[in-house]
Design a protein around this ligand. Structure first.
Ligand SMILES: Cc1ncc(C[n+]2csc(CCOP(=O)(O)OP(=O)(O)O)c2C)c(N)n1
Ligand SMILES: [Mg+2]
Length: 295
């Protein structure tokens, strides 16, 4: 097969993002990770929910599902369980994943299904033009919080760790080369991987800007951080909550643990799409069993 390039993954559809949107950086980083790993676009599915960030699958020449709000993960899990030979990537926003989809977030993580989840976290609802999201900071004035946010923000990294995550990373869309490595690491990781990306919304979040992040962001690996100690991972995940001038990015935690697909009795026998449909008499036998046993 010929070498795949950036162009191999670009569709004819242009992104809907505003000029300067952080999600362009995520688009570029994801494509770079595809090129680096020579991912086959015909064997790849990118699943999303609803939001500006969730429009990303349209821009890619892979398979894609632009689904419903907050449901990127259950759809992605279904795709993976039906055919575990596919590369399955779920993408979306902070509202989609940490708000309406928060229940799915916790349960997909504890199942450790082998999918990569990229959350474009801009600390706001972008598509609906600037309401507070579950990651908006206390005090932030938005269209839905004219007197400032009074709820404590979700800490997605700490929540992922508490849910049993096996790969937890945070990137910054202002550094797409670094982000591409985090995404590539997640795709290579066997099991669920979370890459929370700080991806500024230049139109509706005037607080968490590129400059705001640049003043605080530093790379964990530059300080010799080792991502296999869960207690240290919690400490780093909580660092910004303790010191609002420090915002670590990089791989916080990685560990090996069996995938759901390896443990499930039926799935470990092979991928579901390869199964033959049951014969008529087999279905009749099952139905018979129920009617005789419960008659
Ligand atoms: C069930 C449902 N509730 C609410 C909405 C309205 N809605 C559309 S996008 C969105 C939030 C988008 O925010 P986020 O997920 O952070 O994505 P962003 O646009 O910031 O990338 C909401 C509330 C919807 N489409 N469906
Ligand atoms: Mg958002």
């Amino acid at each position: 097969m010929d070498m795949l390039t950036q162009e191999s993954y670009k569709s004819d559809i242009k992104p809907i993002f505003c000029p300067g949107c952080g999600d362009y950086g995520v688009d570029a980083a994801l494509t770079k990770a595809f090129v680096d790993l020579q991912i086959d676009p015909d064997n790849t599915v990118v699943v999303s929910g609803i939001g500006c960030s969730s429009s990303l699958p349209h821009d890619l020449k892979t398979y894609g599902i632009h689904g419903i709000h907050g449901r990127a993960l259950p759809v992605a899990e279904g795709v993976k369980l039906a055919n575990r030979n596919l590369n399955v990537i779920a993408v979306g926003g902070d509202g989609d994943g940490y708000g309406i989809g928060a229940g799915h977030f916790v349960h997909a993580i504890r199942r450790n299904i082998d999918i990569t989840y990229i959350v474009m976290n801009n600390e706001i609802y972008g598509l609906t033009t600037g309401q507070a999201s579950p990651t908006s900071m206390i005090g932030q004035k938005t269209k839905s919080t004219p007197f400032g946010v009074i709820e404590r923000p979700i800490n997605p990294l700490a929540l992922a760790l508490a849910s049993g995550a096996t790969y937890v990373a945070r990137g910054f869309s202002g550094d797409p080369m670094h982000l591409a490595k985090l995404i590539g690491g997640g795709m290579k990781h066997a099991g669920f991987s979370l890459i929370d990306v700080q991806s500024p919304c230049v139109s509706f979040n005037k607080l968490n800007t590129y400059d705001w992040f640049r003043k605080r962001v530093y790379k964990l690996e530059d300080s010799g951080y080792n991502p296999n100690d869960i207690m240290k991972a919690y400490e780093k995940a909580l660092e910004f909550d303790m010191d609002p001038n420090k915002f670590p990015i990089g791989v916080f935690y990685e560990t090996t643990s069996p995938e759901y697909e390896d443990l499930d009795v039926t799935l470990k026998a092979g991928t579901a799409v390869g199964w033959n449909a049951p014969k008529k008499e087999e279905v009749a036998n099952v139905l018979n069993e129920y009617t005789t046993e419960y008659a």
